[in-house]
Design a protein around this ligand. Structure first.
Ligand code: KIV
Ligand code: ZN
Length: 512
């Protein structure tokens, strides 16, 4: 059995199914580029049959990424497989990932199919997929709640038809670690030809056990883990990439196997995914939370000073969290900025650098020390959202104890300038009303939160909003030294994401 555990990252597919986390193609490309640097074996780039937007993003990622396999998800129908193949065919290593549900409850109520029909659909799909590519993964959706012997029968059929990986998902996050490990052992023992395929697991976190279940499965013999950065995903999310990778790395006595991941890229990609999706990482999140390496208790601090290993099982540098960050300021030049951004994983073209350098100088005029978090925000806002429909040009607010809050806003809508003013209960309310009048949108603000991006009184404010319009939900994020401007940026970002969702309705949601 191999001593390498393959890391199959599905941040761009299952992760994007987190409510409100839709990403545009430029954002997905940015994440895919970082996933490649992180060293994941497989990037599941999307579900091409689900929407035009998904198709385009998968296709662009397949063109750009050379070091990872690029997977496109599809149901077992020929149409779905053809669509996935059209999106990934030009990848250096294209993987078709086809799936069908195997639990009695899913087959009866969702698929309206019996066991025979499911086995036939599996064989046809895998056989057809293998005529297109040599790398085919088959997933038994709701596998953990399926009849064990039937599951083995389906896996055997898939492998005999040519599947190179068979995936056992805990789709509804129902499994318990030792039970899941038993199931993995059972499947390995009772599936004929299991030696011809890799057994993969894909866990959801409804009971908070996704990482535990994945690790138990690896200990029992699974050799591919399907994960997302920061554990994002539908409902309570998916198995978190950073938790699995660091558990394997930190406890080699329990796990005599490795991954191809460069762990020093974990923290930067965690930040990037959080910034792009607008999904904030909880402070106490294992590995990448803001408090994961913070020691408050005096007795701990004392021990740490004497020997960090007293209370620290991992060193922050291992995940790319540098304690002595290089600080840039208003005297820093273009070259220093370029090389620092490169170290952070952003390899900018000259034009991109010029744009970011101007924004950097503006920020350095307001803020003495420009930190990594500030630079990430500049790059994200400056480069990734160039195709936005709504853009903020100018915001002026007036408010205080004796005046009615009023906001004047100038924007462009598809490049066309437009301006207006509005009164509100407070300056942010006034800005939001002016923006919604100008954009003629009627979204409902479900959540608004503001935090400081870094320490210090001159820190930039980071605002996230959650918007709903006609049943569609989107998150928006904005960063600025002025929190009212950050709020307006977040609101506009959320509106742009809603526009993207309107243009790219997810057509396959009923089956996932
Ligand atoms: O959770 C699940 O079952 C899935 C499959 C499509 C692999 O995401
Ligand atoms: Zn899933």
């Amino acid at each position: 059995m191999s001593d390498i555990v393959k890391i199959f990252d599905t941040t761009l597919r299952d992760g994007e199914q987190s409510p409100g986390a839709s990403m545009n193609t430029a954002e997905k490309l940015r994440i895919a580029t970082q996933l490649e640097k992180l060293g994941v074996d497989v990037i599941e780039a999307g579900f091409p049959a689900a929407s035009e937007g998904d198709f385009e993003a998968v296709s662009e990622i397949a063109k750009k990424i050379t070091q990872c396999e690029i997977a496109g998800l599809c149901r077992t129908s020929k149409n779905d497989i053809d669509r996935a193949w059209a999106a990934i065919a030009h990848a250096a290593r294209p993987r078709i990932h086809t799936f069908i549900a195997t639990s009695d409850i899913h087959m009866k109520y969702k698929l309206n199919m019996d066991r025979e029909q499911v086995i036939r659909a599996t064989i046809e799909a895998v056989t057809y997929a293998r005529t297109l590519t040599d790398i085919v993964e088959f997933s038994a959706e709701d596998g953990s709640r399926s009849d064990r012997d039937f599951l083995c029968q389906v896996f055997d059929a898939a492998i005999s038809a040519g599947a190179t990986t068979v995936n056992l998902p805990d789709t509804v996050g129902y499994a318990i670690p030792h039970e899941f490990a038993e199931l993995v052992k059972y499947v390995m023992k009772h599936t004929s030809h299991m030696d011809k395929a890799v057994l993969s697991v894909h866990c959801h976190n409804d009971l908070g056990l996704a990482t535990a279940n994945t690790l138990a499965a690896i200990a029992a013999g699974a050799r591919q883990a399907e994960v997302t950065v920061n554990g994002i995903g539908e409902r309570a999310g998916n198995t978190s990439m950073e938790e699995v990778v660091m558990a394997l790395k930190t406890r080699p006595n329990f796990f005599p196997m490795t991954t191809n991941i460069d762990s020093t890229k974990i923290y930067p990609i965690s930040r990037l995914v959080s910034m792009i999706t607008g999904i904030i990482v909880q402070p106490n999140k294992a590995i990448v939370g803001a408090n994961a390496f913070a020691h408050e208790a005096g007795i701990h601090q004392d021990g740490m000073l004497k020997n960090p290993m007293t209370y620290e099982i991992m060193q922050p540098e291992t995940i790319g969290l540098s304690s002595n960050k290089l600080v840039l300021g208003k005297h820093s030049g273009r070259h220093a900025l370029k090389s620092h951004l490169k170290e952070m994983g952003y390899d900018l073209s000259d034009d991109e650098l010029n744009l970011i350098f101007t924004k950097f100088k503006d920020l350095a005029d307001k803020k003495k020390h420009v930190l990594d978090e500030d630079l990430e925000a500049l790059v994200n806002e400056g480069l990734l959202r160039t195709t936005d429909i709504f853009c903020l040009q100018y915001l002026h607010v007036s408010s205080g104890t004796t005046v009615s809050p009023i906001a004047g806003v100038k924007m462009t809508i598809n490049g066309r300038p437009i301006e207006g003013t509005a009164y509100g209960n407070g300056p942010i309310d006034a800005a939001f009303i002016a923006i919604s009048e100008l954009t003629r949108t009627k979204s409902e603000l479900l959540r608004f939160s503001v935090s400081a991006l870094t320490g210090g009184t001159d820190a930039q404010g980071e605002v996230t909003v959650r918007l709903r319009e006609n049943g569609l939900v989107a998150l928006g994020r904005g960063v600025d030294a002025d929190i009212i401007t950050a709020s307006a940026k977040a609101y506009i970002n959320g509106l742009n994401r809603l526009e993207y969702l309107k243009e790219n309705p997810f057509q396959a949601s009923e089956v996932l």
